[in-house]
Write a protein that binds this ligand. Structure first.
Ligand code: 0L1
Ligand code: MG
Length: 267
């Protein structure tokens, strides 16, 4: 990683408890850099790693990872040239077509993503999109429900990384397909809320090819001293803009070649 740790171990634990508290109480907090303006990306990952350690110690099972901030528009907005990553656990997974309660969330938004399921371990640095495709068992359509723990969805890169890149819930569904049977750059996606089309996109919106985002994720993991194990579920980043949702909303994400993913939101 390009930058240095500035936080002490005590600060990492303190900030992790702050983020964990905001998640469990569903109460927004100010971005962490308001109090720690020198915080770096490396500090953000130190806080995220502590959050992951705690969740696993509490019995959650790590099922995979997500790449965030993968569209050119979001990267420009944040002034970054690499995605952020976040971990996914079994408690964040929601079945296809299920009712998702928003009571544990602050200001949820939904985005459509291509998810990869790997069959071989991937290691960086130097992991490429070709390596990712060769190690992928299948892809499937997915929806991510992001929920920043920061007030007004306002943050900077170190803060959002500490907040597990806004990970909250995810839904996988549709049709699983082998990567060799698809052109993963040109998949079209339509995102509907209550029957109205609110988002349209093509998978090339994700760094030109979603496998590029997974390769970057693997290289970021390498910087953290970790690899991506076989059998991981990896969400490659939002193709459409994230749309806000609330109780009573029904959402369907329709993917060309991959079928659809749906969910509804309740109190
Ligand atoms: O999955 C995402 O692209 C979200 C990454 C974090 C930034 C945000 O909450 O918009
Ligand atoms: Mg996402």
């Amino acid at each position: 990683m390009s930058d240095e740790l500035t936080l002490s171990r005590e600060d990492v634990v303190r900030l992790c408890e702050r983020v964990e508290g905001a998640q469990s109480r569903a109460q927004a907090i100010p971005k962490l850099t308001d109090e720690y303006p020198r915080m770096t990306v490396a500090d953000g990952y130190a806080v995220q790693n502590e959050l992951r350690r705690r969740f696993v110690a509490q019995g959650q099972r790590l099922v995979g990872w997500k790449a965030g901030l993968t569209s050119k528009a979001k990267m420009r907005q944040m002034g970054v040239d690499v995605p952020s990553i976040g971990f996914l656990t079994d408690r964040m997974a929601c079945p296809e077509s299920s009712a998702i309660s928003v009571s544990g969330l602050i200001h949820p938004r939904v985005e459509c993503e291509v998810a990869f399921v790997t069959r071989e371990t991937l290691r960086g640095p130097g992991c490429t999109a070709q390596d990712v495709l060769a190690a992928t068992d299948h892809v499937l359509p997915a929806a991510e429900i992001i929920d920043s723990r920061f007030a007004g969805f306002k943050f900077d890169l170190p803060s959002v990384i500490a907040d597990n890149s806004s990970s909250a819930r995810f839904v996988g569904g549709g049709r699983a397909r082998y990567v060799e049977d698809l052109d993963l750059r040109t998949l079209g996606v339509v995102l509907e809320k209550n029957g109205e089309i609110l988002g349209l996109g093509a998978s090339a919106a994700v760094l030109g090819h979603p496998a590029e985002a997974v390769a970057m994720l693997v290289n970021i993991l390498a910087g953290l001293g970790e690899s991506l194990p076989a059998g991981s579920f990896v969400m490659s980043g939002g193709i459409t803009e994230a749309i806000p949702v609330g109780p009573g909303d029904s959402v369907v994400a329709r993917f060309q070649e991959l079928g659809s993913v749906s969910m509804r939101f309740t109190e």
